[in-house]
Design a binder for this molecule. Structure first.
Ligand code: NAD
Length: 545
């Protein structure tokens, strides 16, 4: 692709613009035409050579945090090369730019800080949020916003939570080809209750405890209104809000603007896709299954809601479908007699005696699947896993808590204590496991299979809303990409290296739902895949002159 020379800045300004910079790959003609002569060493490298050099240096670094820093620095100076590196080495790089490394990077954010990325808006900015958004030099199509209160399973990280929107938006580009110039990461600094951060001289956020109540809601409202005023039709993805805000904000805004919460809806979609794969192995249907969740927060109730929606779509009565999902939270089994339950847990508060621990609930209910989303590491003990294997020929065991230290069990434990019969998926990556001479390749129930394609589909058709039906369509599409060979080696998801193809298919399915339901603002294309592909960013360098 040749880009018009008039629109390209010259000289050092060009070299310092990460969206346009090609470093030593600028050609002889470009160097003459764009005032670069003398500003670069004489030898011209190809992007492939630059990538090889970067990877060689990256692999020499002593730990994953240093690798995260090196990747962030590359992102800051040359976006195309950064995304080539990510796209061509997705299995190796994704755990560095997202979970698990991003968790540590958020905890250490102030200490490794080099350059700001995205926008920081604080509670002190009330009354001028629209004015601040106008400082952003691009026209975003998608915003990922966090208030930093529940970063992965690591709790309140305050303004340090910015690592999450930045990482998520990198995955939009890497996994679905959403143009990085249209991605805006935002952190709303509402204060933090993390005393370690408040006492850390390098912490990047406000030195104050979290604001709550009307003042909190007013900043969120002002932010949402400002996004629609300054960037009409931008998609707003809520990310890593604590569950006391996540559910109500989603309910408040989902009917007003194009928004979704990946922790609730994206997680649900990827987990349901994993369940669909497990059903293919078992030869059962969804209504045959009974799930016991460890955790009853955003992930658990989001997954349960989508499982119920999928059962209802298969003709199961909603009350019966809900009876197939049970939740255990920090107080024990969620039952009808429990008082003061949060609204999202009520559909799953069934008639049952009070039970205070997960093991007793497991023995009572005899589920076919256990789904760990409580962010408490090691809770799928050998006893839990052996019990699941006693009850089920092929137990479904999803240890989804992140980062790795919070995983309910490792892949190795899941296979070891179920005689290799577990249908296993995890939130953080685990290496292949050899069990009884067979190599099992567990795969991550990674949200990045889902949200990039959902976002791409919504952008391409100009969706006015993102609906649960779109996440159901995404789950079905993802599951359809799992091959018999994947299933045979214990993989409930396709390889991550296929995400671009998977995302394109999900985008088609999402846009299809938008057109069917009247949520698309662009006219229906002759061919949906071409519409999607027209929106895909290519990290190979363009020719400027
Ligand atoms: P959340 O804070 O909304 O919910 C956590 C839940 O765990 C709460 O219901 C809490 O009561 C419960 N809990 C806490 N301690 C418990 C205990 N000892 N026993 C039983 N329950 C307990 O958090 P969330 O958004 O639901 O995320 C939970 C975990 O799932 C995190 O680690 C997150 O990283 C992970 N997650 C994974 C994926 C994925 O793998 N794709 C996606 C989303 C979230």
């Amino acid at each position: 692709m040749k880009t018009s020379r008039e629109s390209i800045p010259h000289g050092l300004t060009l070299l310092q613009n990460p969206l346009l910079n090609k470093g030593t790959a600028f050609t002889e003609t470009e160097r003459d035409a764009l005032g670069l002569r003398g500003l670069l060493p004489p030898h011209i490298h190809t992007q492939d050579e630059q990538m090889a050099r970067f990877m060689e240096n990256l692999r020499k670094l002593p730990d994953t945090l240093e690798q995260f820093v090196a990747l962030a620095a590359l992102h800051d100076r040359n976006e195309a090369l950064f995304f080539r590196v990510v796209c061509d080495n997705v299995d190796e790089i994704m755990p560095l730019i997202y979970t698990p490394t991003v968790g540590l990077a958020c905890q250490r954010f102030g200490h490794i800080f080099q350059r700001p990325r995205g926008m920081f808006i604080s509670i002190n900015d009330r009354g001028r949020v629209a004015e601040i958004l106008r400082n952003w030099p691009h026209q975003p199509r998608i915003i990922v916003v966090t208030d930093g209160e529940r970063i992965l399973g690591l709790g309140d990280q305050g303004a340090n939570g910015m690592g999450i929107p930045v990482g998520k938006l990198s995955l939009y580009t890497a996994c679905a080809g959403v143009d990085p110039a249209t991605c805006l990461p935002v952190t709303l600094d509402m204060g933090t209750n993390n005393e370690t951060l408040l006492n850390d001289p390098y912490y990047v956020g406000l030195r104050r405890h979290r604001v709550t109540g009307p003042a909190y809601d007013e900043l969120i409202e002002e932010f949402i209104v400002a996004t629609q005023e300054v960037f009409p039709d931008v998609i707003v993805q809520f990310e890593d809000f604590a569950n006391h805000n996540a559910f109500r904000l989603l309910e408040k805004y989902r009917g007003r603007i194009c928004t979704f919460n990946d922790d609730i809806q994206g997680t649900a979609s990827v987990a349901l896709a994993g369940v669909f794969s497990a059903l293919r192995v078992k030869g059962t249907s969804l209504a045959d299954e009974k799930f016991l969740f460890l955790g009853a927060g955003e992930a658990a109730t989001g997954i349960a809601d989508l499982i119920v929606a999928a059962m209802v779509a298969e003709g199961v009565d909603i009350a019966v479908a809900r009876q197939r999902c049970w939740l255990v939270d920090s107080k024990g089994l969620v039952v009808k007699s429990r008082e003061g339950l949060a609204a999202q847990k009520l559909p799953y508060a069934h008639d049952h005696a009070a039970v205070t621990d997960f093991m007793s609930a497991l023995l009572d209910l005899k589920p076919t699947g256990i789904i760990g989303v409580a962010a408490v590491g090691g809770t799928f003990t050998p006893e839990v896993l052996r019990t699941m294997a006693d009850i089920n020929e092929r137990p479904i065991v999803f240890a989804l808590s992140n980062p790795t230290s919070k995983a309910e069990c490792t892949a190795e434990q899941a296979y070891q204590f179920t005689d290799g019969r577990a249908l296993f998926a995890s939130g953080s990556p685990f290496l292949p496991v050899t069990y009884n001479g067979k190599v099992m390749v567990p795969r991550q129930g990674n949200n990045s299979y889902i949200f990039p394609g959902v976002g791409l589909g919504a952008i391409a058709c100009g969706a006015r809303r993102v609906t649960d039906e779109m996440f159901l369509a995404a789950a079905n599409t993802l599951a359809s990409q799992v091959t018999p060979a994947d299933l045979d080696q214990g993989s409930l998801f396709p390889p991550l290296s296929n995400t671009r193809e998977v995302s394109a298919r999900i985008a088609v399915a999402v846009a299809e739902v938008a057109y069917q339901r009247g949520f698309a603002s662009k006219s229906r294309p002759e061919e949906m895949l071409s519409l999607i592909q027209a929106h895909v960013y290519d990290p190979h360098y363009p020719v400027y002159a």
